[in-house]
Design a protein around this ligand. Sequence first.
Ligand code: IMP
Ligand code: MG
Length: 184
Amino acid sequence: MWGKTFMAQDIEEVLLSEEQIRKRVQELGDQISKDYDGQEIIVLCVLKGASIFFADLCRAISVHLKMDFMAISSYGDAQKTSGIVRITKDMDSSITGKHVLIAEDIMDSGLTLSYLTRMLNERQPASIRSCCFLDKPERRECEITPDYCGFVIPNKFVVGYGLDYKQKYRNLPYIGILKPEIYS
Ligand code: IMP
Ligand code: MG
């Protein structure tokens, strides 16, 4: 387990523990279940970052839901989004007249979610809301706030619980701050 490539040795600090995450995701699920009582929702997982959060969030929601997935890739380097988003896999279901809840890993500049919301709105859903596991409001470059947010975090590059650095660390079960020497 403590081999040469053990992920934890690249982590400077555990920002959110598994226990904190579990508790907060259940609170989000309870709130969402209350807000959508009597309605059916399509929960949209934005791959790949939201995958772990999505799986836990869906199980914390007690109203009927349908799952759908979208994969996007944004042009930009590993740590900064350009705001130009390309859909590499679209949703399977039609969202016209449906309530859509977008599950995202993190809102940073906000450009990705703002683009995605605008694009999905053209398909005329009954409603569209966002649920971001993490929010880094200090970095915002456009006027957008998530409708549901797990944790507001400081302006540090974090990995784990689905979030990556160069596609790695997604399987870390907690949120950790990456040692700066790893990416500088
Ligand atoms: P935005 O368009 O700047 O809001 O970027 C959001 C996307 O950038 C997220 O979906 C992540 O893929 C990535 N991202 C932003 N901050 C972090 C971070 O701290 N760790 C890992 N990925 C991040
Ligand atoms: Mg990413």
